[in-house]
Design a protein around this ligand. Structure first.
Ligand code: G3H
Ligand code: 13P
Ligand code: ZN
Length: 309
C-alpha cells in the first residue's frame, strides 16, 4: 500500500462508466469512515484536504491520519490538496507528501489562471505530483439562470482546450452548473451536459473533475431538522445527474457537503435522544458510522466505483 497519484486511476476511469470519489477530510472520524467504506467496496479513493481543513486540524495531523488509514486499510490512496489558492500552498503540499494538488485560479482572468497553473505544474511534475486546475465559475444559487449567463460563467470548451495545451495540467475541473454547499439551485436543477460533451470532444484525453457534486439528500436534511436543526431550502444535484456525468469523461467527483450532513444528522439524533450523553465517543462514533454509510452509498449507487480498485 502507498500514497499514489491519480494517473492510473483516471486512465482506467476515463472511458468507463464510473468515477473516483474524492471526499474531504477534516478529522480522524471522517478519515476512518471514508476509508472503511472504500475498503469494503474495493473502490479507488482520493482523500482531499482544503486550506480550511489544514487550518482546523494542522497539516501534520492530517498527513499522519491519512498515513495511518493507509496502513490500517492496506489501500492505495491519493492524497490531494483541494482548492489550492496559490503556488505557496501547492508547494507546501508537494513538499509535505501529497501526491496530487489543485491550483484553483478560476476566479482570476484566463491569462493569470494559465500562468499560475503552469508554475504549479512545473514544480509538481518535477516532484512526481499531479495537478488539477479549474476553468469556469461554479454557479451560485442566483447565477446562470439563462443562456448568456451560462456562457459567461460555465467552462468554455475552446478555452478549455487552449488551457490544457498551454499548462500541461493533468486534470481539469469544469463548471457546468454544480456549486459548493447545500444550496445549489433555486428552481429546477440543471447541468449543461451538452457543454460537457463539447469539452470532452476537444480534450478527449483529459480527465474531468466535478466539484460541488453533493446531492443534499432529503433524508439527512430532514433528520437534521427533526432533531433541532434549521436547514430550510437546501437543494443538491440529483444523484441521477451525477450517475449520468460519470458515464462521460468525469473521472473525479468531489463530495463534502453530503458527508457533513450525514455526520451532523447522526450526532444531532444522539443528543436529542439522550440529552445526558457527554462521552464524545458516543456521538462521534455514530457520526463516523454515518460517514461510512454515505460514502458506501456514493461509491456503490452513484459513482459506480465498487470493485474498481
Ligand atoms: O470545496 C470546498 C470543500 O467543501 C471544503 O470546504 O473550505 O470549508 O473546508 P472548506
Ligand atoms: P459539495 O459542497 O457539493 O460537497 O462539493 C465539495 C467540493 O467540491 C470540494 O472541493
Ligand atoms: Zn470544490
Amino acid at each position: 500500500m502507498a500514497f499514489i497519484t491519480s494517473t492510473e486511476m483516471f486512465k482506467k476511469a476515463l472511458d468507463s462508466n464510473y468515477a473516483v470519489g474524492a471526499f474531504n477530510v477534516n478529522n480522524m472520524e471522517i478519515v476512518q469512515g471514508i476509508v472503511d467504506a472504500a475498503k469494503e467496496e474495493k473502490a479507488p479513493l482520493i482523500l482531499q484536504v482544503s486550506a480550511g481543513a489544514r487550518e482546523y486540524a494542522k497539516p501534520a495531523y492530517l498527513l499522519k491520519l491519512v498515513e495511518a488509514a493507509m496502513i490500517d486499510s492496506d489501500l492505495d490512496i491519493v492524497l490531494h490538496l483541494d482548492h489550492g489558492a496559490d503556488f505557496d500552498i501547492c508547494k507546501s503540499c508537494v513538499d509535505g507528501g501529497f501526491t496530487s494538488v489543485m491550483i484553483d485560479g478560476s476566479k482570476h482572468p484566463f491569462e493569470k489562471n494559465v500562468e499560475m497553473t503552469k508554475q504549479v505544474v512545473e514544480y509538481a511534475h518535477a516532484h512526481g505530483v499531479v495537478v488539477e486546475a479549474e476553468l469556469g465559475t461554479l454557479a451560485g444559487i442566483e447565477d446562470a439562470v439563462n443562456v448568456s449567463e451560462r456562457d459567461a460563467k460555465f467552462t468554455n470548451p475552446e478555452q478549455a482546450q487552449e488551457f490544457v495545451e498551454r499548462t500541461g495540467v493533468d486534470s481539469l475541473a469544469i463548471a457546468i452548473g454544480t456549486s459548493h454547499g447545500a444550496y445549489k439551485f433555486k428552481g429546477d436543477p440543471y447541468l449543461d451536459f451538452e457543454r460537457l460533451g463539447e469539452i470532452e470532444k476537444l480534450i478527449p484525453n483529459t480527465p474531468l473533475v466535478l466539484h460541488g457534486a453533493s446531492s443534499v439528500l432529503k433524508e439527512f436534511v430532514d433528520t437534521c431538522n427533526k432533531y433541532g436543526g434549521n436547514i430550510p431550502g437546501a437543494q443538491g444535484v440529483p444523484e441521477a445527474m451525477i450517475q449520468e456525468a460519470v458515464k462521460h469523461h468525469v473521472c473525479k467527483v468531489n463530495i463534502d457537503t453530503d458527508l457533513r450532513l450525514a455526520m451532523t444528522a447522526a450526532i444531532r439524533k444522539v443528543f436529542v435522544e439522550n440529552p445526558a450523553e457527554f462521552d464524545p465517543r458516543k456521538y462521534l462514533g455514530p457520526g463516523r458510522a454515518a460517514i461510512k454509510g454515505m460514502v458506501q452509498h456514493k461509491i456503490r449507487n452513484v459513482l459506480n466505483a465498487s470493485g474498481k480498485a
